[in-house]
Write a protein that binds this ligand. Structure first.
Ligand code: URP
Ligand code: ZN
Ligand code: ZN
Length: 467
């Protein structure tokens, strides 16, 4: 049972402001915010002196069921990694199962892999993989069922989840009428296919060539094409995991001309480099993700973009693949970078990276931090009670200790894989205490919640991309 919790003496952070105040959470919701609230008998009091009190993070890009050439990521049993990193709501991508409906695929997945397991709140994006006419007709039902977002993969030629332009156009048109936000993984699958085959023929099979097979132009072309498709459909478009300057500029240009085109980037694109893929002894495989890691020039452009609101969220694109077994699918005779599962684990460190390398280095303000990590992801996805400290919002609150200093390592990571792409990075600040709908789930930086405590949050259609 949730009681009444008073958070005292903290500095409250929202996407707009920063002020001293106390917060009262009754049951699952924030009920009062005031300069000073006097505690009453029976209330739990948390002292937030010296802490920032901010909304629980919302990570709108998580994979707990992604399967790359038969190899599957870790699932919801690792969702407490989000909690210790300050994230209290995550949104996962669920592939439509062949022969099944879109809504049915998500509902079956919840029953088999989520219910009773999730340790933070969750919502879902659909991924359409079987675009028959009746499936296109079903798209509005997703919005009605509380799943108002859908991702389509322009990349990954030949894989069952790849989407052609006709599928994307049909989804945009159908989705528009129902307030669905269509999201795209924007990379040109044909370009990647040609370049990959050339490289492999030349014996260039090491992990580094993953990046060579997917240069920025691959992402830029698909981004521009998706924007044209959205223009034709008169529909909003959301571009996920933007990694390069060119794609970001194309989004910014379309938006500045009045088109409803938005995008996110991810923590790894802000701090990791293409050269990481060249690390010896197959270490480079740890950094294989798509789009590929870029250079400093692109990172500078991405930091500027998130500061100036040209991109509106920072996600993890978390994929819990391990290195010893799964990443090694691309190792040995006859194998190449193309066989390495795409994606890296970063659920736990998304907000740590954004705070340490963004706020502490003066690249973004604390308000931008909250907006990018919490508020905008909730609004884009129609999660009305999430992402903000305000009366009536869910009691998802992080007491963030800015004085903490540590080093990021797989050794204190709950993602259940054998590496961390940010290994050895300095971490400044951490989520000291985390509340999920009024219940403490992290204390002194340690997870203290329970399996199954997370609940399904239904998204509302017409998210912020329609505004
Ligand atoms: O490399 C990545 N990003 N893997 C996860 C699937 C996706 O494309 O988002
Ligand atoms: Zn993707
Ligand atoms: Zn992804």
């Amino acid at each position: 049972m949730t009681g009444t919790t008073l958070i005292k003496n903290g500095t409250i952070l929202t996407a707009e402001e920063e002020y001293r105040g106390d917060i009262l959470i009754r049951g699952e919701k924030i009920s009062v915010i005031a300069d000073e609230i006097i505690p009453e008998k029976g209330w739990e009091v948390l002292d937030a002196s010296g802490m920032y009190v901010m909304p629980g993070g919302v990570d709108q890009h998580v994979h707990f069921s992604f399967n790359y050439k038969g190899s599957k990521v870790r699932g919801f049993e690792t969702s407490h990694a989000a909690a210790v990193g300050g994230t209290t709501t995550l949104i996962e991508f669920v592939n439509q199962e062949q022969g099944k409906g879109l809504v049915e695929s998500i509902q079956d997945y919840i029953k088999s892999d989520v219910d009773g397991i999730a340790m933070v709140d969750y919502a879902f994006h659909s991924v359409m993989t079987d675009p028959r006419d009746e499936v296109i007709e079903e798209i509005p039902k997703l919005a009605e069922a509380g799943f108002p977002t859908m991702k389509l993969f322009m990349a990954y030629k030949g894989m069952f989840f790849h989407a052609d332009d006709d599928t994307i156009l049909k989804a945009l048109k159908k989705g528009r009428a129902a307030g669905m936000t269509i999201m795209v993984h924007a990379e040109n699958a044909e370009m990647i296919d040609v370049l990959s085959k050339e490289l492999i023929r030349e014996g260039k099979t090491e992990p580094y060539y993953h990046a060579v097979s997917r240069p920025p132009v691959v992402e830029a072309e698909a981004t521009r094409r998706a924007i044209y498709l959205a223009e034709l459909a008169d529909a909003p478009l959301y571009v996920v995991h933007v990694s390069c300057k060119e794609a970001m500029e194309i989004i910014r240009e379309a938006y500045s001309k009045g088109q409803q085109v938005y995008g996110e980037t991810c923590s790894h694109y802000l701090v990791l480099d293409r050269e990481d893929l060249a690390k010896p002894n197959f270490e480079g495989a740890k950094y294989v993700c798509s789009p590929a890691l870029r250079t400093q020039e692109h990172r500078d452009a991405l930091w500027e973009a998130i500061d100036k609101k040209w991109l509106n969220a920072v996600s993890s694109d978390h994929c819990g693949f391990d290195w010893k077994e799964q990443k090694h699918m691309g190792f040995g005779d006859g194998k190449s970078f193309a066989d390495i599962p795409n994606g890296a684990p970063s659920l736990q460190n998304r907000m740590n990276i954004l705070w340490t390398y963004g706020v502490c280095e003066g690249k973004i303000s604390r308000q931008r931090f909250v907006d990018l990590a919490c508020t905008m992801p909730a609004r884009i996805n129609g999660l009305e009670g999430k992402g903000h400290i305000g009366v009536g919002y869910d009691g998802d609150v992080v007491l963030f200790d800015p004085s903490y200093e540590g080093v990021i390592s797989v050794k204190n990571n709950l993602e259940d894989v054998d590496f961390c792409p940010f290994e050895g990075f300095v971490q400044k600040g951490r989520a000291d205490t985390v509340l999920l709908r009024g219940q403490v789930i992290v204390k002194n930086g340690q997870y203290v919640g329970q399996k199954g405590q997370g609940k399904l949050i239904h998204g509302k259609p017409y998210g912020d991309s329609y505004k």
